[in-house]
Design a protein around this ligand. Structure first.
Ligand SMILES: *Cc1c(COP(=O)(O)O)cnc(C)c1O
Length: 409
């Protein structure tokens, strides 16, 4: 950023505007040709003026030209911006997707013979990684109840090396007690990885709350426009070095075009999150009042499970939440979804447009129950809503259409 202000002292809204815009990447207004955004810098090859310059190069330092796999200013600007937004981070590694970031983080800290403890509400491909890729490499994954710190403590054994948290879980939205779980993990020397895609650094400063590695799918709120896939992992000095080494060994690199789109998304992320959060809260309050709804799974909703922890640990939310129908079946649920006109049907979330997906958590859980404790066995058919930037009243009217179809089914 220009000027001498200490970036870390500025409010989040201001930092979203200033981060990742170093004069070395954008030029300075004192010289002709300065621009607002770091340009898309396409390069596999960086040229040196002579052999002396090549020999003097710093091939493996951040922010130095070497070869395309180490990035160029567009990618550096995005990584720099994400590091600046994450208190306690020394650096950020970019990956071609959120799943690649999770794989990169796990492979950086786990070795054959190790045990990984994974929260039972983890994103499905993360679970699949535990059962597949990690298992093939001799790493054992065991799952634990996301909201039971005592059970987590009891599950740690001599071979446990790391824990993967996800809070709130992206389907069922349980909030984990990250500070307590991290403290328990650190007592036993474990590394704590957190999938922080839901809140991001504005809503949940992951490293400050105890995580060692904060992973995000940038595909969701950072991109924000449903047109790119990227992931990131941010960490302090020690783990950043491990992440970087592993990513380089795996040949992970992201395109400057995608990095540029993510930087563009980042600029408006704060106001998008605020708008979505307000609409999501309004809609979840309304849904909670309906006879057709057995349970709203939204930690921002006062009185909901997880709300107390959310209030204690989070400074923001987002538009992603789920609800479960009272009784009926999957056919009625599908009729609800098909009657909607404003909600797109699709995976993913965090875009400017609203989306809906059916959720069926039961087969995905091994260490905790679905339906959740306190819910009726018959109330198991749910949907996940990603609330976008449409007017909340229009979304509510759309959902009312859905309920009419659900009742008629
Ligand atoms: C989407 C998602 C991911 C994976 O991100 P991709 O960019 O789709 O690979 C990881 N974690 C959570 C919670 C997600 O929702």
């Amino acid at each position: 950023m220009a000027g001498g202000a200490d970036e870390s002292q500025l409010g989040p809204a201001t930092r979203l505007v200033t981060v990742g815009r170093r004069a070395e990447w954008t030029g300075t207004p004192a010289e002709p040709g300065a621009v607002v955004n770091p340009p898309v810098w396409r390069a596999s090859t960086h040229l040196y003026p002579d052999s002396a310059a090549l020999h003097a190069g710093k091939p493996n330092q951040d922010g130095h030209f070497y070869y395309g796999r180490r990035g160029a200013p567009t990618q550096w600007a995005l990584a720099d911006a994400l590091t600046a937004l994450e208190p306690g981070a020394a650096g950020t590694v970019l990956y071609p997707s959120g799943v690649a970031a999770l794989a990169g983080g796990l492979l950086a800290v786990l070795r054959p013979g190790d045990v990984l403890l994974m929260t039972d509400n983890a994103y499905e491909p993360t679970r699949t990684m535990g059962r597949g890729l990690l298992k093939d490499f001799g790493i054992e994954t065991r799952w634990f109840d996301p909201v039971d710190p005592d059970g987590f403590r009891a599950a740690i054994c001599d071979r446990t090396r790391a824990v993967l948290l996800e809070s709130p879980g992206s389907l069922t939205l349980e909030v984990q007690d990250v500070p307590t779980l991290s403290a328990i993990a650190h007592e036993r020397g474990l590394t704590v990885l957190l999938d922080n895609t839901w809140a991001g650094p504005l809503g949940f400063p992951a490293l400050e709350r105890g995580a060692d590695i904060a992973v995000m799918s940038l595909t969701k709120h950072v991109g924000g426009h449903s047109d790119l896939m990227l992931g990131s992992a941010s960490a302090g000095e020690r783990y950043y070095a491990k992440l970087r080494r592993t990513a380089q060994a795996l040949g992970q690199v992201v395109a400057p075009d995608d990095a540029s789109l993510a930087l563009r998304g980042l600029r408006t992320m704060g106001i998008r999150l605020a708008q979505e959060t307000s609409s999501a809260l309004e809609l979840s309050r309304w849904l909670d009042s309906l006879d057709e709804v057995a349970r709203v799974l939204c930690p921002m909703l006062p009185g909901s499970p997880g709300h107390r922890l959310w209030e204690r640990d989070f400074s923001g939310g987002c538009g992603l939440f789920s609800f479960v129908f009272r009784g009926k079946d999957g056919k009625a649920r599908d009729a609800f979804i098909d009657a909607l006109e404003l909600f797109g049907i699709g995976y993913s979330w965090g875009g400017y447009e609203s989306l809906i997906t059916p959720i069926d958590p039961a087969p995905l859980r091994t260490a905790s129950a679905w339906p959740l404790p306190g819910m009726d066995e018959a109330d198991r058919f749910g949907v996940r809503l990603s609330i976008g930037l449409e007017a909340a009243g229009d979304l509510r009217a759309d959902l009312e259409r859905g309920f009419a179809a659900w009742r008629a089914a």
